[in-house]
Design a protein around this ligand. Structure first.
Ligand code: NAP
Ligand code: GLV
Ligand code: GLV
Length: 328
């Protein structure tokens, strides 16, 4: 019997690839960097399963190019805004993601960014390397205390809550805004108070984003929202770039409507708004939220197992579009 065919759009940790090679006829892209759309359209022809990255646009054109035997699209990420899920569902294709395994790693990065911007770590590093350090100075690189500050978390799911848990040790006041309110026990455990978006923006010293990119969350943070924030506040984005209107953010940083921002994600990755590169009051990271050795390994295994289940006719553990099951 011929084995089902799987295409993997980029090298991923070998533990996940091993599972795929044991079960399928696998091809892994050897393209150096993100696979260009033109090559992707060629490579997906006739495949049964696709393992893709969050930056691969899996739109109608790609789905159509694959052909009617495509059964599963497994994203190597928890966020899946890069996939046309509606189109996939219409054609009975299962879509899966990698939730949970990257929660703590991404929450750590949100904290790393928050501390880096508040205590001016990147500026300090550049200063030392430039040979400017003359010794301890009373007014050198003064920043903002996290201890006891108010942390506003927008999107209170797995990662948002993990960020809040870390705030307990810093005795922070935690406010959150999310689509649904969590139960009282979680609020109590995390010492978190549910507020509306406006209140959160007005009262927080740090605002951290943890929601998915959807039609509803696109540009959720724009000029009006940035103007509501305190002049001394910081914006941290480890969710998705287009949730923030990047041009408005540049203006806010240049004109000091807020004190700073720390970003792991950008509106048009991998392009960066050129003015952001010129500003000192922003820390920039290259979308590394889940980038730890352990977590990336776990993600590779999870994505591979989703494909194994889907292609053996079972329901994969991390199915995103449950409606697809009704099609069977
Ligand atoms: P999650 O558990 O699904 O949490 C998302 C939260 O956002 C949920 O509480 C959800 O509410 C809320 N939400 C959804 N739509 C909303 C809206 N329109 N308004 C207000 N709240 C809304 O997801 P997660 O695992 O924490 O991941 C969150 C996001 O982080 C991912 O989607 C991904 O884009 C991003 N991420 C980035 C990195 C990185 O490398 N920087 C790494 C991992 C994840 P409900 O409870 O009502 O659904
Ligand atoms: C990373 O950004 C993810 O969504 O997993
Ligand atoms: C700083 O190094 C101090 O001792 O206060």
């Amino acid at each position: 019997m011929t084995k089902p065919r799987v295409f993997v759009t980029s090298k991923i940790p070998e533990q996940g690839l091993k599972i795929l090679f044991e079960n399928f006829d696998v091809q892994v892209s050897d393209y150096d960097g993100l696979i260009p759309k033109k090559i992707l359209l060629e490579k997906v022809k006739g495949i049964d399963g696709l393992l893709c990255l969050l930056a691969d646009p899996i739109d109608k054109e790609v789905i159509e190019a694959a052909g009617p035997q495509l059964k599963v699209i497994a994203n190597y990420a928890v966020g899946y805004n890069n996939i046309d899920v509606e189109e996939a569902t219409k054609r009975g294709i299962m879509v899966t993601n990698t939730p949970g395994v990257l929660t703590e790693t991404t929450a750590d990065l949100a904290w790393a960014l928050m501390m880096a911007i508040a205590r001016r770590i990147v500026e300090g590093d550049k200063f030392v390397r430039a040979g400017k350090f003359r010794g301890w100075e009373p007014m050198l690189l003064l920043g903002t205390d996290l201890y006891g500050a108010t942390l506003g978390i927008i999107g209170f799911g797995r990662i948002g809550q993990a960020v809040a848990r870390r705030a307990i040790g810093f005795k922070m006041k935690v406010l959150y805004y999310s689509r649904s309110r969590v139960n009282e026990q979680i609020e109590k455990e995390l010492n978190a108070t549910y507020v509306d978006l406006e209140t959160l923006l007005k009262e927080s010293d740090f605002v951290s984003l943890h929601l998915p990119l959807t039609k509803q969350t696109h540009h959720l943070i724009g000029q009006d929202q940035l103007k509501l924030m305190k002049k001394e506040a910081y914006l941290i984005n480890t969710a998705r770039g287009p949730i923030v209107d990047e041009k408005a953010l540049v203006k806010a940083l240049k004109e000091n409507w807020i004190r700073g921002a720390a970003l792991d994600v950008f509106e048009n990755e991998p392009e960066i708004e050129p003015e952001l590169l010129e500003l000192e009051n922003v820390v920039l990271a290259p979308h590394i939220g889940s980038a730890s050795y352990n977590t990336r390994t776990k993600m590779s295994i999870m994505a591979a197992e989703n494909i194994v289940k889907a292609l053996s006719g079972e329901v994969p553990p991390n199915l995103v579009n449950i409606e697809v099951l009704k099609k069977k």
